[in-house]
Write a protein that binds this ligand. Structure first.
Ligand code: C5P
Length: 219
């Protein structure tokens, strides 16, 4: 029998990178492929949920039967999340959101001139922190990609951003992180830490959703 344990539930997922433009041809971004967020979305759909994905620019095909909201910048992602988080039961923020954006977006292509140039950046809204502060019944999962002190930083993020689950991944571990089809993570809740073996991004998607469902039942 298929597992339809999320039937009737609304799941909101952020996925992919953001792009922060500096002029009409250039932007600041990161190496996120969107694969982990999409894999969670597919798992949620297969478990019977109503799924909404807010995704930054990535090369993956839209998921059939999933509401896909395409955005470019962190601010656009923030607006889309604000419009969709209230009705969600589970929220998983797997996007690699740009922390800063160019303060000014030039209308014209910036010309090459001096030997050095300065680009002033301003902070983007922290979408996960916003949802953590405003959530009511929702179960919230954040991600933390770290290059050092993974477990310590991930647990701190769980607390600071008022998450129920925090998935920590170390960029430098083989089989983890951006681009690939597998991930090596620790799954942290307020009570526990689960150091998971190498899993496919799909297997990890199911694991995250099962954990969230268990937490919801215990509430
Ligand atoms: O603090 P840090 O950016 O490392 O936290 C990562 C988590 O926060 C991820 O779940 C990411 O999707 C989310 N995030 C966000 N908005 C930001 C930055 C990160 O939702 N501006």
């Amino acid at each position: 029998h298929p597992d339809l344990s999320l039937a009737g539930k609304h799941v909101l997922i952020t996925a992919g990178p953001t792009q922060e433009p500096m002029d009409p041809v250039r932007f600041i971004s990161n190496h996120s492929s969107g694969k982990q967020g999409y894999a969670i979305a597919q798992a949620a759909k297969d478990m019977g949920a109503n799924v909404t994905v807010v995704c930054g620019p990535c090369a993956l095909a839209d998921l059939p039967g999933v509401k896909m909201i395409h955005v470019q910048t962190a601010q656009e992602m923030f607006e889309a999340v604000k419009e969709n988080y209230e009705k969600a039961d589970y929220i998983i923020m797997a996007a690699a959101v740009g922390d800063y954006r160019p303060e000014v977006i030039s209308d014209q292509k910036i010309k090459k001139s001096d030997e050095t140039m300065q680009l002033r950046l301003v902070k983007n809204p922290d979408i996960l922190a916003y949802v953590g502060q405003h959530k009511t019944h929702q179960i919230l999962c954040g991600f933390a990609m770290e290059t050092q002190d993974l477990e310590k930083n991930a647990r701190q993020k769980l607390i600071d951003k008022n998450c129920d689950v925090l998935i920590g991944n170390n960029l430098f571990v083989e089989g983890a992180g951006f681009q690939g089809d597998t991930n090596v993570v620790c799954l942290i809740t307020k009570e526990s830490i689960d150091r998971l073996p190498k899993l496919t991004k799909s297997e990890l998607g199911y694991k995250i959703l099962k954990t969230m469902s268990k937490l919801e039942k215990e509430k």
